[in-house]
Design a protein around this ligand. Structure first.
Ligand SMILES: Cc1cc2nc3c(=O)[nH]c(=O)nc-3n(C[C@H](O)[C@H](O)[C@H](O)COP(=O)(O)OP(=O)(O)OC[C@H]3O[C@@H](n4cnc5c(N)ncnc54)[C@H](O)[C@@H]3O)c2cc1C
Length: 367
């Protein structure tokens, strides 16, 4: 049996959930299908939520529900960046006053549940596989769950499938990469001795990369070493002994970890800055990491994903209302946002002059 829906959203992360919520808020009569490959069983990366998310949650009408989850507040970022000295960058002057440290699996599942409460249909354990276009411009999507493949027909598609950008790949789109940043990521028991900076995200620059760490709910701490993929491989940073050896060389990050026994195996993930080309096409658009990715240094990825999910949904909403200029406006917004991001990223990496011979820093300083 082939199902028919108005909009299919591929990917139930923050971007896909935000898009579903806006569409159902604005067009309760339209059918919105949210397709998610997992059932939110495995851990996910990205733990610091920017205070800007507060405004988005109010617009999505999920602020009260977010507060009920009692998220762990964070007061800002501490960074040993230009020098060995720690500098605090507080959220003090932000209207929200604080950001949050999240358990990402619980957060993503909560957002998807909120989309369901607003009327979206969520299919978990269901993966987008490929699509075709029929003569009347309908998309015929092939989806797969444990029982096998099945088809869904849909007028419009939002690709919110994260870095994998499944739909873009099948649409012959491509990605422009601005670097090869990768992370070796570990979860440990957090050191329990009180520290002034335990509520802050901590960033510590090293000769060929940088560490970030954040204390999470349940007394866990996420610790990640970020460097280029080739350096990560050369230093064998997927091995816990090499990882902990590097951690031992830090001045501040090592103090956050109770012992060197990881709670889960280390994960190696790409964190490269990428931009999709195209951003959208006839009847579809990409949102969140599927359209562009930011360096984790920005701590903006989740908020940016939610915002682009909302803006993508506004473009589709305009289309439902007979105005098809929303797609072009959306594309312009994404490109401007990305150019601004690249310029800020360059300013941050250019601040670090401590290792004039280091390939990692030279690559980011225009050499
Ligand atoms: C090392 C690292 C650290 C980071 N730290 C931070 C941080 O501290 N703060 C921050 O704000 N951001 C951080 N980020 C970025 C942040 O995690 C992402 O920007 C954010 O998760 C993007 O949300 P999204 O909804 O676009 O994509 P995702 O969160 O990737 O969600 C995509 C969803 O699509 C699903 N999916 C994928 N393929 C398919 C398919 N074929 N069919 C159906 N479903 C599919 C996936 O299961 C997933 O649920 C970090 C990223 C990295 C790599």
């Amino acid at each position: 049996m082939v199902e028919r829906v108005d909009v299919t959203i591929i990917g139930g992360g923050p971007a896909g959930a935000a898009a579903s919520i806006i569409l159902k808020k604005r067009h309760p009569d339209k059918t919105v299908l949210l397709v998610e490959a997992s059932h939110y069983e495995n851990w996910r990366v990205g733990e610091t939520l920017s205070p800007d998310a507060g405004k988005a949650f109010r617009e999505l009408d999920i602020w009260d529900s977010f507060q009920k989850n009692e998220p762990l507040p964070t007061l800002g970022t501490c960074a040993a960046w230009e020098s060995e000295e720690i500098h605090e960058n507080e959220f003090l002057f932000h209207p929200e006053g604080k950001g949050w440290h999240l358990n990402r699996v619980q957060f993503d599942q909560w957002m998807a549940d909120e989309a369901v409460k607003k009327g979206a249909t969520l299919l978990t354990d269901t993966r987008y596989v490929r699509h075709q276009r029929s003569s009347d411009q309908q998309f015929k999507l092939t989806l797969q769950n444990k029982a096998g493949e099945f088809q869904v027909e849909t007028n419009l598609v939002i690709d919110a499938s994260g870095r994998s950008s499944g739909f873009l790949k099948h649409s012959q789109g491509k990605k422009q990469a601005y670097d090869r940043l990768s992370g070796s990521i570990g979860f440990f028991k957090a050191d329990s001795s009180p520290s002034e900076i335990s509520t802050y995200t901590l960033v510590e620059a090293m000769e060929d990369g940088w560490w970030y760490s954040a204390v999470l709910p349940d007394q866990q701490v996420v610790v990640a070493y970020m460097t280029d993929a080739d350096i990560l491989k050369k230093k064998n940073l997927k091995e816990i002994s090499s990882f902990c050896g590097m951690l031992e060389q830090t001045k501040y990050t090592k103090l956050r970890v109770e012992n060197d026994v990881p709670l889960k195996p280390l994960a190696i993930l790409s964190a490269a800055s990428l931009m999709s080309d195209p951003v959208c096409g006839n009847g579809w658009l990409a949102v969140g990491d599927a359209v562009s990715t930011f360096d984790p240094l920005s701590s903006q990825g989740i908020y940016k994903a939610i915002r682009s999910g909302m803006f993508g949904a506004y473009a589709i909403s305009d289309f439902f209302n007979g105005d098809d200029s929303g797609f072009a406006k959306y594309e312009r917004f994404i490109k401007e946002e990305y150019n601004e991001y690249l310029s800020t990223r360059s300013q941050f990496y250019n601040m670090v002059k401590r290792w004039p011979e280091s390939e990692f820093w030279l690559r980011r300083q225009g050499h």
